[in-house]
Design a protein around this ligand. Structure first.
Ligand code: 4AD
Ligand code: MG
Length: 468
């Protein structure tokens, strides 16, 4: 007889499953729980394809106590049996087992996920096992779906996936928060005549770093093939131990020729709404689980975003609102300050009660490449601010005028030699263009309702942590 082909548990909870009722099925997975009595054991099995467990009903007489004793939380097994409509509450079908094969046991005394209800902090210390929990299974399936939706959105809208380098000699954001990449022997560094490190001896013949953003190279894509996006890891060596910062995060950066700041805002709003809608349509079980377990306002928040226009206003208007609010902020408000998360969240959560796009920031607090406004004080940057999170996206129309850009870079004492290739985009056939950067994990915070960014990526990197 042919061996029965394994079916994924997700399929047993789909419409198609009806055809399988009263037939033999084979499932494979990990045991979530086992309960029962002297006559029968009920095993909840999960294979990662869905948040839902299939119940395996095993008669003690048939399988014997010795085998059933080895089936504990975390053990892996194969079960074959008849799929039947379930009498029990909460599940539509279950399997009446005729054959069980244990692949691997999980010792009740040492398996860390033996019990339920672990704290997020505890789970971070066992990051190699936490994907086996319901919560991380849900989060990581949503993460996959969002990555797919990002590619789908851009592909369907005529954008090309562009690969900016990860190792770079230039600092895009000019903030100097970069990890250095070197093959020099740190115990015995080559020195030049001035006694400084001689980077001509380094692998690339100059000092290099892990990129903080793929934007600058992305602009080369936009100014040649029109509309591109990058989607890859970027790195920041800022020592910020906050629930919103990672040292390694995934960055989505579209860049579009012939888009001004208004086109950029229209795109960003359409893009985010598409992603939220995609999550609601395609990750229903996982989102409902997270909503039930952690935050019962999650689904309402997601629906709210897709059904309301984002409020658009300038930085100057926002400062005015904050100053008049009489709210006590830790960092006092005045024109020129870099807005803190407390200010952003006040605007979004208390004042407007909807997502906000702020534009036209003081040039001193924004990057060199942003288009300068005629007032000589502000630049055409835009930040998208979200409830619970604050800044989820940063972008701008880019300065396309060669002389203005060069003057600004000189003012900031930038090493022009490193940026000749970038300046060439403005020297030859320059065009108005715009783009933005979405922190993928910040998006996931919003979609999953998780409150710490370390819990929406399988292997978080943050100060003093690169263990797993
Ligand atoms: O605002 P940022 O620094 O902008 C840029 O890097 C531009 N080059 C983007 C562009 O215009 N192409 O970063 C963009 C977004 C932020 O809004 C935030 O969502 C995310 O990247 N981000 C981080 N996410 C997690 N951890 C960090 N340390 C992050 N730093 C920025
Ligand atoms: Mg920013």
């Amino acid at each position: 007889m042919d061996t029965l082909k394994r079916v994924e548990i997700k399929e047993l909870f789909s419409e198609k499953a009806k055809e399988r009722v009263n037939t033999q099925v084979c499932v494979k997975g990990w045991v979530r729980t086992k309960r029962g009595n002297k006559a029968v054991a009920f095993i909840a099995l999960n294979d990662g394809s869905t948040i839902n467990n299939i119940q395996i009903v095993a008669d003690v007489d048939k399988f014997g106590e010795d085998l059933l004793k080895r089936i504990t939380t975390g053990a892996s097994l194969k079960a074959v049996g008849t799929l039947v409509e379930s009498m029990g509450k909460g599940q539509s079908v279950e399997i009446q087992a005729t054959e069980i094969e244990i692949y691997g046991e999980a010792d009740v005394n040492t398996y860390p996920l033996q019990k339920k209800g672990h704290t997020m902090e505890f789970l971070r210390d066992i990051a190699h096992l936490r994907p086996r929990t319901n919560t991380f299974g849900a989060v990581l399936r949503i993460r996959h779906n969002m990555a797919y939706a990002i590619h789908k959105y851009f592909n369907d809208n005529g954008f090309f996936y562009w690969h900016s380098p990860i190792i770079t000699a230039s600092d895009c954001e000019g903030a100097g928060e970069m990890f250095q990449v070197t093959t020099l022997n740190l115990e015995d560094l080559p020195k030049n005549e001035e006694g400084k490190v001689d980077y001509s001896k380094d692998f690339f013949g100059e000092s290099t770093f892990m990129t903080v953003s793929g934007q600058l190279e992305g602009e080369l894509g936009a100014t040649s093939i029109g509309k591109i996006y990058t989607f890859g890891p970027t790195f920041r060596a800022e020592n910020s131990n906050t629930p919103r910062h990672l040292a390694e995060f995934w960055h989505v950066e579209p860049e579009m020729a012939f888009y001004d700041i208004n086109d950029n805002m229209d795109l960003v709003e359409d893009f985010i709404k598409y992603l939220v809608r995609y999550a609601l349509d395609n990750c229903k079980d996982d989102i409902e689980f997270l909503c039930k377990m952690y935050d019962n306002t999650l689904i309402d928040r997601l629906n709210f975003v897709i059904s309301h226009e984002f409020k658009r206003l300038t930085y100057t208007e926002a400062i005015d609102i904050l100053e008049k609010s009489n709210h006590k902020f830790e960092v006092p408000v005045s024109w020129g300050i870099d807005l803190q998360s407390e200010h952003e969240r006040y605007l979004v959560e208390q004042h407007f009660k909807c997502p906000v796009i702020l534009t036209d920031y003081p040039k001193e607090i924004k990057s060199f490449y942003m288009k300068q406004n005629d007032d000589g004080k502000t630049v055409r940057g835009m930040d998208v601010l979200f409830p619970q999170i604050g800044e989820i996206i940063g972008g701008s129309e880019r300065e396309s005028d060669y002389d203005k850009l060069l003057t600004r870079m000189k003012e900031l004492n930038m090493n022009l030699e490193h940026y000749q290739w970038y300046l060439d985009t403005r020297r030859f056939g320059t065009v108005p263009h715009s783009g933005f950067g979405l922190g993928f994990e910040r998006l996931l915070l919003f979609i999953t309702g998780m409150t710490n960014i370390r819990d929406v990526i399988p292997f978080p990197r943050y100060p003093k942590n690169a263990k797993f």
